[in-house]
Design a protein around this ligand. Sequence first.
Ligand code: SF4
Length: 236
Amino acid sequence: MKYLTTENAKTTKGESLGYLTAILYLAPSYLSGRNVCPHASAGCIAACLFSAGMGAFANVKAARIAKTRAFFADPKQFIEDIAKDIEAAQRKAGREKLTLCVRLNGTSDISWEIYGGKAGVSLMARFPEVSFYDYTKNPSRVRAFLAGKFPPNYSLTFSRSESNGDTALSLASAGANVAVVFDTSKGDALPVEWAGRPVVDGDVSDLRFLDARGRIVGLRAKGQGKKDESGFVVVV
Ligand code: SF4
């Protein structure tokens, strides 16, 4: 089974900036029967599970569930298989004269830094030349990242929800970048700042590891997120 995707709307935006993005999409929350989002909120689950985009298609959903079950069935083998996909993506990036980056939590929130393959080595250590990046709602991971206890090639952006707002503000004060979903329509400008910090437009590209520190990463609500009433989407 091929695990990483290099062709979708997010990756196309990155290519125009010189990056090939390989993304792993698992079945979010409990969709597979096993939870891959231990810090999810009701609002983000509702926005994510049945969101517009590829995940809404039955065949795509089934493939994501199969990948998630493969991970839980044998995590070490899963890491080995992902490593093969990264090697293939590196070859593709080389052919297309692009720089490879990898996002493992496309639709999950797993602490990939603690998983090793058969030799117990993390993917970040195995591919030190590759930039890994993720959004996360796990504050412990972001604190470790800010404290320099993360692999140097793995960048994290904290993801605000309706249930972690205070944590988001405190992590922003500590220097973390925080992603915030606004009710801004496609094509409209995001707020200039939020919580006293400058907002960068996270919809221009998904290349979060290139963001300057201390930024709010503004995202426009998409799919079911447009109907959010939980507070997950910030009304501007
Ligand atoms: S938004 Fe993130 S944490 Fe929430 S369900 Fe989706 S992947 Fe999981």
